[in-house]
Design a protein. Structure first.
Length: 186
């Protein structure tokens, strides 16, 4: 049960967003910018969703890790295998060496910003990461720490049916954050 009275039937972040419409727009615009708008300039949309999902999993946020994991799998076209393998062991997952290095940075951001080391940044650069890749990884991981704490700090509920997340992941991947949430909240 949620810590505050949230609208009925809206899982995860959707309940708090319906409760506080004035914060919904900027939160959704941030997610849209981080995960979709900048994709052509740096990491792909699938890679961005993978960072969001991985960070959320490290934060033990079931709703965010599963919904963004479904979006990543949809975009990466790997039928839920790459995300699950990345959650389990990113070093053995079927992702690029650059993504493995960037996920180490995301993991450090999840623990605290000062946990990112020059060695991690050097390793990411050696694997082909640009300054923009490193910047975006840190920003996505930091933002998802906030989103995860928003969702779990209010004790929201999350559906357990994987089919719900597959549908949600496709919607996030194809329609984005501003549109999907506005449609679901009205």
């Amino acid at each position: 049960m949620a810590h505050i009275q949230l609208p009925e039937g809206l899982p995860g972040i959707l309940g708090p967003m319906a409760y506080s419409p004035q914060t919904t727009k900027p939160l959704n615009e941030l997610a849209e910018t981080l995960l979709r708008t900048n994709a052509s300039n740096s990491l792909t949309q699938g890679e961005r969703e993978l960072i969001a999902s991985y960070t959320s999993r490290r934060n033990d946020c079931f709703f965010c890790s599963t919904s963004h994991g479904a979006a990543a799998d949809y975009l990466l076209g790997r039928d839920n295998q790459v995300v699950a393998q990345t959650w389990e062991n990113p070093d053995a997952a079927p992702i690029s060496a650059k993504m493995k290095a960037l996920l180490k940075i995301a993991d450090s951001v999840q623990q605290g910003g000062k946990h990112v080391t020059p060695q991690q940044v050097d390793e990411a650069r050696q694997q082909g990461a640009t300054d923009r890749n490193i910047h975006d990884t840190v920003l996505i991981a930091a933002a998802f720490c906030m989103y995860n704490r928003y969702v779990d700090g209010l004790a929201t509920w999350a559906p357990q049916d994987p089919a719900v997340y597959a549908e949600m992941g496709e919607m996030l991947a194809t329609q984005g954050y501003v549109y999907v949430t506005e449609a679901q909240l009205t």
